[in-house]
Design a protein around this ligand. Structure first.
Ligand code: RNT
Ligand code: ZN
Length: 417
């Protein structure tokens, strides 16, 4: 796009929004400084560098588009390219299985800060902060139950793993001078009926209490609820109710993954309820297609509503935004850019909402006026604001990123294998 097209369109959009009392420059500023954490696992279909055990735990990638990252260097190279194409602030979200194990077998109960030293150095050189995840899946001891396993030896193994991960996250947070968000998602559940629902949940709560007991000021712990996993359809230990209660009573951060609820459930509606009782939210912005399929995030009604609710709840400072999807059927680098840009577009539209006027209408019982303004906002030129945000930050504007990804594919990812 030509410079004058971008700047002229922005000038007009700015005036249009200003007429509604909205400051587009301010919205851009907020968008620029709100971090979006990029999940490293879209680079390589959640394989990691620990073993060839493959995915388990009820999550799945489908597709075999060429160019998957095969080494740590390739993961970093891909993430660096993605970041170079994006305006605003990004973080990088690692799973434990992406440690720098130097080709050695390091079991999950042996992992140490040293295995993430090179990641910390890389992140520092890139000016990025890291987030972290313990990894319960893809291991001989994963089975159906980890932190909720009635076998004390297996449970102890995963408790040790998760404790170690918290210390790694703490080291990352201290190194970067900004808390590392560590997410705990365990796949624990059962394929078929159980008469021990209560028992596993008691065990999970006990394990988590033990894990979270250690004070680690460099990191923040988050726990992720889920509806079900593939092969674990009948029962999920860490359900929404379990974690809503857990987080409310323990004052722990709740991870809201948009793929983890009944398909007709309104995830956006959960934001204000949860935030009354839990300290903060971690978001895994995803796109479920019929199930928790982890399709690439899009600017759809679900994502838009989620960000509008966060802004309406004045909770942007209490919501940590992260992406979580893994599509192996299309260009993986392109998948990052589509999903991050979609998330930015949703946040931007939420920031451009004429909340003051809408609230005034609502208070005055003016239902027609509220609905009419909400509807009209959909046709306002937010795209011109988004283009300007990208142009101002020297990254591709509009569809320009398609050719940037094609170029990277030609020079880098197509040469793999
Ligand atoms: C699984 C959870 C979890 C994972 C990652 C890989 O359903 O969403 O967050 O996607 O930990
Ligand atoms: Zn998730």
């Amino acid at each position: 796009m030509k410079e004058h097209q971008i700047t002229q369109a922005y000038a007009l959009a700015k005036e249009r929004y200003a007429a509604l009392g909205i400051d587009t420059d301010k919205a851009i500023e907020t968008l620029e400084r709100t971090p979006i954490s990029l999940h490293c696992w879209q680079t390589d279909d959640v394989m990691g560098f620990e073993s060839n055990a493959g995915l388990s735990g009820g999550i799945q990638t489908t597709g075999n588009y060429p160019g998957r990252a095969r080494t740590l260097d390739e993961v970093r190279q891909d993430l660096a390219f993605v970041v170079s194409q994006l305006a605003g602030t990004q973080r990088v979200n690692l799973h434990e299985i992406y440690g720098d194990f130097g080709g050695r077998k390091v079991d999950r109960d042996q992992v140490e800060v040293a295995h993430f030293q090179s990641w910390m150095e890389w992140a520092k050189s890139m000016g990025l902060c890291l987030d972290f995840n313990s990894t319960s899946f893809g291991h001989p001891k994963s089975g159906d139950l980890t932190l909720a396993n009635p076998d004390p030896a297996i449970r102890a193994f995963w408790i040790e793993h998760t404790k170690r991960c918290r210390r790694i996250a703490d080291a990352m947070g201290r190194a970067q001078g900004d808390p590392c968000m560590m997410n705990i998602w365990v796949h624990d559940g059962l394929k078929d009926l159980t008469v021990e629902r209560r028992r596993y949940r008691e065990l999970l709560a006990e394990s988590l209490d033990e894990i979270l007991a250690e004070e680690l000021p460099g990191m923040k712990s988050c726990v992720e609820a889920k509806l079900f996993g593939i092969g674990l359809e009948s029962y999920t230990v860490g359900s929404h109710d379990f974690y809503a209660g857990y987080c409310a009573t323990r004052k722990v951060i709740y991870t809201l993954d948009t793929g983890h609820y009944e398909p007709t459930e309104n995830v956006a509606d959960m934001v204000s309820s949860l935030l009354l009782y839990v300290p903060e939210l971690m978001l895994h912005v995803s796109r479920p297609a019929r199930w928790d399929s982890d399709h690439v995030t899009l600017m759809n009604d679900q994502t838009l509503d989620l960000f509008k609710e966060i802004v309406r709840a004045e909770a942007l400072h209490r919501a940590h935004i992260g992406l979580d999807y893994f599509d192996a059927s299309i260009n993986r680098i392109g998948a990052y850019l589509i999903g991050t840009r979609a998330t930015q577009k949703c946040l931007l539209q939420a920031l451009l909402e004429p909340l003051h006027t809408l609230r005034k209408y609502e208070a005055g019982g003016q239902g027609f006026e509220r609905l009419a303004l909400m509807e009209e906002m959909k046709a306002l030129p937010f795209g011109a604001v988004y283009d300007y945000f990208n142009w101002k930050n020297g990254v591709p504007v509009g569809e320009e990123f398609i050719s940037a990804v094609q170029e990277y594919e030609k020079n880098v990812t197509s040469k793999r294998e």
